[in-house]
Ligand binder design. Structure first.
Ligand code: SAH
Ligand code: SF4
Length: 362
């Protein structure tokens, strides 16, 4: 098998603007040329060296032979009819696929990025978890998703980032932190830390080290159950880091950063969505400075539960609010384009099974 040429070239998206200057210096290319390329990539959205017309022709030829700006290939693009979200399936040069979504909403243009190809953590309701893990993404591949998604927005810019696509960001900690720095970098995307959200399934030691970084990033924790019995049923990671330990880590995060934690809580009828579940959740969270994001389940074939009804969702939310826990409901967007993370990739790989006709009831 021949190796694709791009695999032997250096991907400049793996380098931040300062490191790119150093790299060029080491290779005898004037450092200011790196600044010009940074400008082309992040300000003008140009990824083809041949079109960078302020670079001399001989340098452009050299760049093509030694480097690449690997934004991947768009293998599939679907636009949601109801809200104009654009979901991309991006193929990298080893053939692996990741999902990225551009969500335009009033003055916001939010990009939902993947941090890994698949996921190791096997949450029973999650398409990425059920499809298994292939590999970590490199920093440049996370950056590539943001560039590709930015190209999809009407205004060609991005205001917010959420690490809520495929994968567990804290299981690919170093590459994700480097990507966050790039998102933040005034020479690159220049997105404020408070507009970047990292969602974790609750890797306690990583939440603890994240506290120490002193970054003003928004932390979201996928909780989904108010006790170990329910949470372990849904999320195998709970057996390693149970609810009590997770709450301690979240409290420490609040104390050290002065920021609040958002808890994501999926609602599946008959599992975790009754009024008594809401009361137990309110009790658990009463001493944590937090807000709750309720997510009605996006059913996948392996987890054929249903969403609660609209009045049931509102009743659940009401219990939290009456207990002074701010709670919003996130009706997942772009349902008709298979918005639950990991579904699009799985269909493209041809391993999806049809939805069962009968759903498990409560
Ligand atoms: N691994 C991280 C981030 C990716 S998942 C995490 O688990 O937090 C992003 C969010 O989507 C998580 O809150 C996850 O629990 C939720 N999610 C995954 N599959 C879902 C589904 N089928 N329906 C609703 N939410 C889902
Ligand atoms: Fe992985 Fe998050 Fe899906 Fe769980 S919900 S399997 S941690 S991506």
């Amino acid at each position: 098998m021949t190796t694709p040429a791009s695999a032997t070239r250096i991907n400049l998206l793996d380098y931040d603007p300062t490191a790119m200057r150093e790299l060029f210096g080491e290779r005898g290319i004037e450092k200011y040329r790196a600044d010009q390329i940074t400008e082309w990539i992040y300000r003008r959205g140009e990824y083809v060296f041949g079109k960078m017309n302020n670079l001399p022709a001989d340098l452009r030829a050299r760049l093509v032979s030694e480097f690449t700006i690997d934004v991947g290939e768009i293998a599939q693009r679907s636009v949601s009819k109801d809200d104009k979200s654009v979901k991309l399936l991006i193929k990298f040069n080893d053939g692996e696929l990741v999902e990225t979504v551009m969500i335009p909403r009033k003055e916001r243009r939010t990009v939902c990025v993947s941090s890994q190809v698949g996921c190791k953590f096997g949450c029973v309701f999650c398409a990425s978890g059920q499809a298994g893990f292939a590999r970590d993404l490199k920093t440049g591949e996370i950056v590539a998703q943001v560039l590709r998604a930015r190209d999809e927005s009407d205004t060609k810019d991005v205001s917010h980032i959420v690490f809520m696509g495929m994968g567990e960001p804290f299981d690919n900690y170093g590459e994700v932190l480097a990507a966050i720095r790039r998102l933040n970098d005034p020479k690159a995307f220049e997105i404020g830390a408070r507009k970047i959200t990292v969602s974790t399934s609750g890797l306690v030691p990583k939440i603890e080290s994240f506290c120490e970084k002193g970054m003003q990033i928004e932390l979201s924790v996928s909780l989904h159950g108010a006790n170990d019995e329910v949470r372990s049923k849904l999320m195998p990671i709970n057996r390693k880091y149970p609810v009590h330990d997770l709450m301690q880590a979240c409290k420490e995060y609040v104390d050290k950063t002065g920021r609040i934690v958002t808890f994501e809580y999926l609602l599946a009828k008959g599992l975790n969505a009754s009024i008594s579940d809401a009361k137990e959740l309110a009790m658990l969270l009463r001493t944590v400075h937090c807000k709750v994001n309720l997510i009605p389940l996006n059913p996948i074939p392996e987890f054929p539960y249903e969403r609660p009804t609209y009045p049931e969702i509102l009743a659940f939310q009401d219990v939290l609010v009456r207990n002074e826990i701010p709670a919003t409901v996130r009706f997942s967007r772009g349902n008709e384009i298979n918005a639950a993370c990991g579904q699009l990739r799985r269909m493209a790989k041809g391993s999806t099974t049809p939805m069962p006709s009968r759903k498990k009831s409560a």
